[in-house]
Design a protein around this ligand. Structure first.
Ligand code: NAD
Length: 295
């Protein structure tokens, strides 16, 4: 099976590497990340100058780009993949995008006889490297059966959540939980320190109890170290929460907690932290208290 892969950023590069290691024939393209393309070529992948070229021979085309406009550009823009995709081929969009856009893109591709599934991921760069991502998938069950094996080479959990768009709806749910968890952690650590207890001790004492979580284990040390190397960038999380706001408006769903954390992230974005990891939500509290979180 031949796979085209568009978008070799923080996530796409390790995911593509895992597919090459698994023995798939890959043709990769990225508009900007030339060094990542070279790394993949060194492992045995072919490079394509355009997205159209990456898609030409593909049975399955994977896209892993920032948001809906980039997915649409990669597929339908100049030298876009849709120009060359063959009927019967499958687009597997692993980007986290607006579910409404997933449905629109799927309809557009169907006109060319091309199938599509949305398959966003959770887990971040470390799990992309370890091939232990969690995939949330939307689309037809019979197409899911065809691509499941590919996803299992990049992740340890692959769940069909429903029809096209269901993967991205589930991803939005994931992003709400992660954002509010990080904000809650930042608020708690700040309170603890201001009340005179070392954040390190708070983390050590509560991580094994009900409050403990994967988010806490990953983000509390980053907050205490003031290490905000992404990981998952504030500007990408703002993108996801804006997609939550759009979806909530469309279905009249209440999102008071998401709105609060989105406001915090927007302040960080304004102050130059767009490219910091989302653990930098602690900086929002540091601005309010004038005090840095320490160990
Ligand atoms: P990234 O910005 O590091 O990588 C995106 C890549 O897409 C870049 O290399 C860029 O050059 C390329 N690109 C953009 N437009 C293109 C186009 N038209 N044609 C070809 N290449 C194009 O982003 P990332 O962190 O890898 O995230 C990718 C997606 O995965 C996003 O939707 C993000 O929300 C989601 N995601 C990220 C993480 C994470 O921890 N980073 C975790 C889960 C999900």
């Amino acid at each position: 099976m031949k796979i085209g892969f568009i978008g070799l950023g923080i996530m796409g590069k390790p995911m593509a590497k895992n597919l090459v290691k698994a023995g798939y024939e890959l043709t990769v393209s990225d508009k900007f990340a030339a060094a990542a393309v070279e790394e993949l070529v060194a492992m045995g992948a072919k490079s394509a100058k355009t997205n159209a070229e990456a898609a030409r021979e593909a049975d399955v085309l994977i896209t892993m780009v920032p948001n809906s406009p980039q997915v649409k550009e990669a597929l339908f823009g100049e030298d876009g993949a849709a120009e060359t995709l063959k009927p019967g081929s499958i687009v597997l969009d692993c980007s986290s995008i607006n579910p409404v856009a997933s449905r629109e893109i799927c309809e557009e591709l169907a006109k060319k006889g091309v199938e599509m599934m949305d398959a966003p991921v959770s887990g971040g760069e470390p799990k992309a490297i370890d091939a232990t991502l969690a995939f949330m998938v939307g689309g037809k069950p019979e197409i899911f059966e065809k691509v499941k094996g590919i996803l299992e080479k990049m992740g340890s959990s692959v769940v069909l959540c429903g029809d096209i768009g269901a993967g991205n709806v589930t991803k939005l749910c994931n992003q709400i939980v992660v954002a509010i968890n990080i904000a809650g952690l930042a608020e708690a650590m700040t309170l603890g320190q201001q009340c005179g207890v070392a954040p390190e001790k708070i983390f050590e004492a509560i991580k094994g109890g009900l409050a403990g979580s994967t988010v806490m284990n990953a983000k509390a040390p980053m907050m205490m170290d003031q290490n905000f190397k992404p990981g998952f960038r504030i500007n990408l999380h703002i993108k996801d929460l804006n997609n939550v706001v759009d979806a909530a408006a469309k279905y009249d769903s209440p999102i008071p907690l998401t709105q609060s954390v989105l406001e915090m992230m927007k302040i960080l974005n304004r102050d130059g932290d767009a490219a910091c990891d989302h653990s930098s939500l602690i900086k929002y509290y540091q601005k309010l208290t004038g005090e840095q979180l320490h160990h």
